[in-house]
Design a protein around this ligand. Structure first.
Ligand code: NAD
Ligand code: ZN
Length: 357
């Protein structure tokens, strides 16, 4: 039986970002410094409660986090603040994941790649606070932080209890500037996590409870006329948090492994890749695929085409390998003999269908 952990403290509501200073103050004993890791979008338009000896780094999130990038950020932060009292991550899933990894590595020797896997972190990291600025991935609630490792050709997180944030500040005001398409793709990550979780064989009462409420909120948001209205941004922020809790108590299913295939072979970002896969999941999640089509059309979102020519034999092979490697979610969805069903031919057909090639 799993011994689950959740985020210890959270503060939710319009304007709650203003509480960051107050939350940090008791930690700044003896003038200890804070490390702020912030999405580059907020370089000029967010006032941070910074003290003179703090370290602030703005991160370019055009590409998803890599192990090398995390090592580099850790090096810079350590040079400036050898022993911070807190790490604050302000941004979407990319920045929240980087801040988690940096916190762990401050208190555990070695490099980011040494800890990609399950329960490899030995000591708790530095106290960490997440301030999400885009909703959907659930990174603010989950026990992992996903990083691409180019050397090993894999995308894997530091899956550990120590990766869970100590404090969240959930301020829906911060998501007002998210571009429409990005808002949809990232929000859908929450919907897809929960669709996969409730359909899997590892489902359980607690995971289901989180998923069902998160799904209800996602339906409210994406079947409404204005998904970015303030009350919908509030709802999606909660759906994201609950979706992250759901996934910490269960597993994903067929969508995420195929999405990982697209990310590894074509570099497609996680949330867009999920949407491209979900668009063609009639055989696995029939009613949810219809609902997804309805959400796309209600919000007038058109998924971009990421390939416009037939797949090569080597791409097909790489896509197959990058998909079927995800044993836990595929077993959750299709049973232990999933490879009998997901043959190379079947996997290629599905990718051709979702890519429209
Ligand atoms: P992101 O952090 O990659 O950001 C996407 C884009 O949105 C960036 O260009 C960023 O600058 C911009 N942005 C963010 N907030 C904004 C705002 N308020 N206004 C305007 N622009 C804003 O987005 P994401 O989709 O939240 O995160 C994707 C990452 O999350 C991937 O790396 C994925 O692997 C990871 N992920 C992690 C978990 C987990 O449990 N740890 C789960 C799912 C996905
Ligand atoms: Zn996801």
């Amino acid at each position: 039986m799993r011994n689950s952990k959740n985020v210890q403290n959270y503060i939710f509501g319009r304007g709650s970002f203003q509480n960051l200073s107050e939350i940090l103050e008791p930690r700044r004993k003896n003038d200890e410094a804070v490390v702020f890791i912030v999405d580059h979008f907020f370089k000029t338009n967010l006032q941070l409660p910074v003290h003179p000896n703090d370290f602030v780094l703005h991160v370019d999130t055009r590409d998803e986090p890599t192990t090398e990038q995390v090592d580099e950020i850790l090096g810079k932060a350590k040079e400036s603040v050898p022993s911070p009292c807190a790490i604050v991550g302000i941004g979407g899933g990319s920045v929240l994941d980087i801040a988690k990894a940096v916190s762990n590595l401050f208190r555990n020797p070695g490099k980011a790649e040494d800890y990609q896997g399950w329960d490899l972190i030995k000591s708790p990291g530095v106290y960490k606070i997440a301030v999400p600025t885009i909703s959907g991935t659930g990174a603010e609630a989950s026990r992992t932080c996903v990083m691409v490792n180019h050397k090993k050709n894999l995308k894997l997180g530091m899956n550990s209890e120590h990766t869970i944030y100590d404090q969240l500040i959930l301020d829906p005001e911060l998501t007002i500037t998210v571009p429409r398409d990005q808002y949809f793709y990232t929000g859908m990550d929450s919907y897809i996590h929960c669709v996969e979780s409730v359909a899997g064989s590892y489902r359980n009462a607690i995971g289901d409870a989180f998923s069902e409420q998160s799904l209800k909120l996602c339906r409210d948001v994406f079947l409404s006329d204005d998904m970015q209205a303030f009350e919908n941004r509030e709802k999606l922020m909660i759906a994201s948090y609950l979706g992250g809790c759901a996934i910490a108590n269960s597993f994903v299913g067929v969508v995420h492994p195929f999405s990982a295939g697209l990310s590894m072979v074509f570099g497609t970002h996680h949330c867009l890749a999920n949407c491209i896969v979900m668009n063609s999941m009639e055989d696995y999640y029939p009613s949810e695929t219809i609902e997804f089509h309805k959400m796309l059309s209600r919000q007038k979102i058109e998924l971009p085409k990421i390939v416009s020519r037939p797949l090569t034999a080597s791409e097909k092979k790489d896509l197959y390998n990058a998909t079927v490697i995800h044993e836990k979610p595929l077993t959750n969805a299709l049973g232990p003999d999933y490879k009998k069903h997901l043959t190379e031919e079947r996997v290629s057909q599905l990718f051709e269908k979702m890519l429209g090639v």
